[in-house]
Ligand binder design. Structure first.
Ligand code: FAD
Length: 203
């Protein structure tokens, strides 16, 4: 059976709006950042652009409608990613890093977690950041590798009512937040029973 890749009217509108935004707004990112000396300075300089992404509604446009946004599926993300990244990869990474950070909550959060944690990302204001902390210094592509192989080793154990996390992460987009004190939401991938041999069903 042939697959029809023709965009719907709504998808075509999203594509045109993302293309126009990328050309008029994101095209300014390179000039605003390339002269700055450090990654931290360059990241900070992208904040006004990310604020415009949020204000224009692109973040909430990709959060699923049942959770309060206007998203209709990952195809929306692919359309926006293609248009944004053809002009600028930096602010795009911040946008999609936030969506990645929200993904565990969107997929598996309790209704209470979804209501509280997603709410700031539905606003058309500010510059909310979410991060997904998965990768580790020892290597994490082969994440399910059992000890002594390199794999996902960060562990979390319950201490009273608090989860205590032990381990190290790297490459986590937006994890620092704008001020170095952390993103608004960081989802950290951990093992809750590090002694157990990982299986396909391990956390
Ligand atoms: C732009 C960008 C943004 C990123 N943002 C994030 C983020 O927000 N959060 C986050 O957690 N990470 C992030 N990363 C990190 C990225 O997701 C990881 O680099 C990726 O998951 C691979 O893990 P690794 O670097 O630990 O690779 P390694 O585990 O060191 O693997 C290195 C290479 O060996 C291969 N390999 C490993 N094990 C095996 C095996 N058993 N069989 C065959 N081949 C194998 C891998 O495919 C890979 O090519 C980002 C990376 C980039 C480039």
């Amino acid at each position: 059976m042939p697959i029809d890749f023709t965009l719907t009217r709504e998808q075509r509108e999203l594509q045109m709006s993302a293309r126009g935004f990328a050309r008029t707004v994101l095209s300014g990112v390179a000039d605003a950042t390339r002269h700055l000396a450090t990654p931290a300075e360059r990241f900070a300089a992208t904040r006004p652009f990310y604020e415009q992404v949020v204000k224009a509604g692109f973040l909430r446009r990709m959060i699923p409608a049942p959770l309060g946004g206007e998203g209709t599926g990952v195809f929306d993300m692919a359309i926006v990613a293609e248009e944004f990244q053809s002009v600028d990869v930096n602010v795009s990474l911040t946008l999609f890093g936030s969506l990645l950070g929200l993904m565990p909550v969107m997929l598996a959060g309790s209704p209470a977690q979804q209501k509280t944690l997603i709410a700031p990302f539905l606003e058309r204001a500010g510059a909310p950041l979410a991060a997904f902390a998965f990768s580790e210094p020892g290597g994490s592509a082969n994440f399910a590798s059992p000890v002594p192989g390199t794999g996902l080793r960060t562990a979390a154990h319950l201490d009273g009512e608090d989860w205590v996390i032990t381990g190290a992460k790297q490459w986590v987009s937006s994890a620092t937040g704008w001020d170095g004190n952390g993103a608004d939401l960081i989802c950290v991938v951990c093992r809750t029973d590090p002694a157990a041999r990982p299986t396909a069903r391990s956390p």
